[in-house]
Design a protein around this ligand. Structure first.
Ligand SMILES: [Zn+2]
Length: 356
């Protein structure tokens, strides 16, 4: 029995040992699971970690690398490509057109250069734009000078005779015995064109009853580039009519009486105007002798000849004065006064009666 018991115990021990060896016990599932997990987990995890780690790592790395490479690549390719494009294409073009700097610097510098060049270019374009605007303005100004002059109240206006103007007139056109009240006279300021197309300032003293007409006539002449050589107060010529006419000066008021009478002349009343007198002289034959005023206007007595400033019935100046109720000295029969436009005798007589 003891021997059997020993045998039985031995058998049991062997079974126990065998069971532990194969590990397929009920506990062994968990245990083996644990053991498997532990063993296989270690190896698999390591290998998986290693593999996936490698994969992941390579994936990550590649992802990182890809994204990194892509990003970096994109960045670098963007930066590089952009820079290299700028450096290779835009930059040299920009630089060659705008600056002389070489593109051997870094991309950033190139970029800065590109920006700077762009800025320079913008400036250049800006200045080009500015200069073209100025050119346009110049063209406009030129156009205004030659084609479409504008009327401004600061250029074309009527004023009472100021103390300053009266000081210029006193003792000259406004003689000491002048019985036309200074309050009835007007100063008009105008612009006019000369034969070369240049704009000049003009000033004239006239009777108040024609001031508005004269202003409108001179405005129209100016707008039509009608050439008038000069429009100055006759006082600039010491009120000497011959000197003023010889200078081809257009004028109006100059107090005087008709020769050998006490009748105030129409110029004396400020209701007669002479335009471009040198080229449109006065002439009359007295006792077989021709009088020409100004004498220097003799070459222009031939009214069939062609010369500048000539007034005839096709002339704009003639038409405008006629429209405003003036009469032309070129229409007279006993004498000719081609420069001269005046209000009718009836108006003159009325004024003379008023100032007597
Ligand atoms: Zn006259």
């Amino acid at each position: 029995m003891v021997k059997n018991s020993k045998n039985i115990i031995s058998i049991l021990l062997v079974m126990v040992l065998l069971c532990q060896g194969c590990g397929h016990s009920a506990d062994g599932v968990t245990g083996s699971g644990t053991a498997v997990t532990d063993v296989a987990g270690t190896s698999l995890t390591d290998s998986i970690r290693s593999d996936s780690g490698t994969d992941n790592s390579s994936a990550d790395n590649s992802a990182e690398n890809i994204s990194g490479t892509e990003n970096t690549g994109k960045d670098s390719s963007n930066t590089g490509k952009t820079d290299s494009e700028k450096a290779d294409t835009e930059q040299p073009n920009t630089d060659s057109s705008n600056t002389n700097s070489s593109n051997t610097n870094s991309s950033n510098t190139d970029q800065s250069n590109a920006d700077k060049s762009n800025t320079d270019k913008s400036d250049a374009e800006q200045s080009n734009t500015d200069s073209s605007v100025i050119e346009e303005q110049n063209d406009t100004t030129k156009e205004n000078n030659t084609m479409t002059p504008e009327i401004s109240e600061k250029d074309f206006y009527i004023a009472m005779i100021s103390d300053e103007i009266f000081a210029r007139m006193k003792g000259k056109s406004y003689k000491d015995d002048c019985n036309v009240p200074i309050e009835d006279l007007r100063y008009i300021h105008i612009l006019h064109k000369n034969l070369e197309g240049n704009t000049l300032e003009g000033e004239m003293v006239c009777h108040e009853i024609i001031a508005q007409d004269l202003l409108e006539i001179f405005e129209e002449l100016y707008l039509n580039n009608y050439p008038i050589e000069r429009v100055e107060l006759v006082d600039n010529y010491d009120a000497d009519d011959e000197t003023s006419m010889t200078a081809n000066n257009s004028s109006c008021f100059n107090y005087r009486c008709i020769s050998h009478t006490t009748k105030i002349s129409k110029h004396g009343l400020g209701i007669a105007v002479d335009i471009n007198p040198l080229y449109n002289p006065y002439t009359k034959i007295v006792d077989g002798t021709r009088t020409i005023e100004p004498a220097a206007g003799a070459p222009y007595l031939d009214r069939e000849a062609d010369f500048p400033y000539k007034i005839d019935e096709n002339d704009l100046c003639y038409k405008l004065f006629i429209e405003h109720g003036f009469q032309w000295g070129g229409s007279w029969t006993n004498s000719k006064d081609y420069q001269h436009f005046e209000l009718p005798d009836a108006v003159a007589d009325e004024l003379r009666a008023k100032y007597k």
